[in-house]
Ligand binder design. Structure first.
Ligand code: THU
Length: 160
């Protein structure tokens, strides 16, 4: 019998320690969260991506009375981004979420399905996406989404 010991490196920053580029991307995510359509959960999530060509695009969660038809902020943002800029890699993605009138104290971390979609975006261009997960008390930073998705299933897995 063997064990696989999997470690994940997340860097924990205070907001003030971040670079201007990072702070600006978080600001874009925070602003976008205010435009979310979240009448059911009242959990308003914003995402912002910085592309290799300097473009910043944002998105937010879009809910639906038929619940599974809604979509998280991360996927709204990434699918929309790749639809507009199919050849441009994403360099960085910031997330922020608010509920009951305040941004979350703990960093917002993406759901499993969104981790899978962010991973595909990384794999598609062969470039890691730096993920900034904002909370009032701390900002978690991962250098690649692979950190959040150990033993992932990717395109290469289809080769057997
Ligand atoms: N949500 C996101 O948009 N991103 C996340 O990372 C977590 C959850 C949305 C989905 C749903 O609209 C609401 O937040 C509550 O789960």
């Amino acid at each position: 019998m063997n064990e696989l010991n999997i470690s994940a490196k997340i860097t924990v920053y205070s907001y003030d320690e971040l670079s201007e580029v990072e702070k600006n991307l978080i600001t874009a995510a925070r602003l976008s969260s205010a435009e979310a359509y979240a009448p059911y959960s009242h959990f308003w999530v914003g995402a912002a991506v910085l592309l290799a060509n300097g473009e910043v695009l944002t998105g937010n969660n879009q809910e639906n009375a038929a619940a599974p038809s809604g979509l998280c902020a991360e996927r709204v943002t990434l699918f929309g981004t790749h639809a507009r800029f199919p050849d441009v890699p994403v360099q960085m993605m910031a997330l922020a979420a608010q509920t009951r009138g305040a941004f979350t104290g703990s960093p917002i971390t993406p759901c499993g399905a969104c981790r899978q979609v962010i991973l595909e975006s990384e794999m598609r261009f062969g470039k890691p996406i730096r993920l900034l997960m904002y909370g009032r008390d701390a900002v978690y930073v991962a250098d690649t989404v692979q950190t959040l998705l150990p033993l992932h299933f990717g395109q290469e897995s289809l080769n057997g």
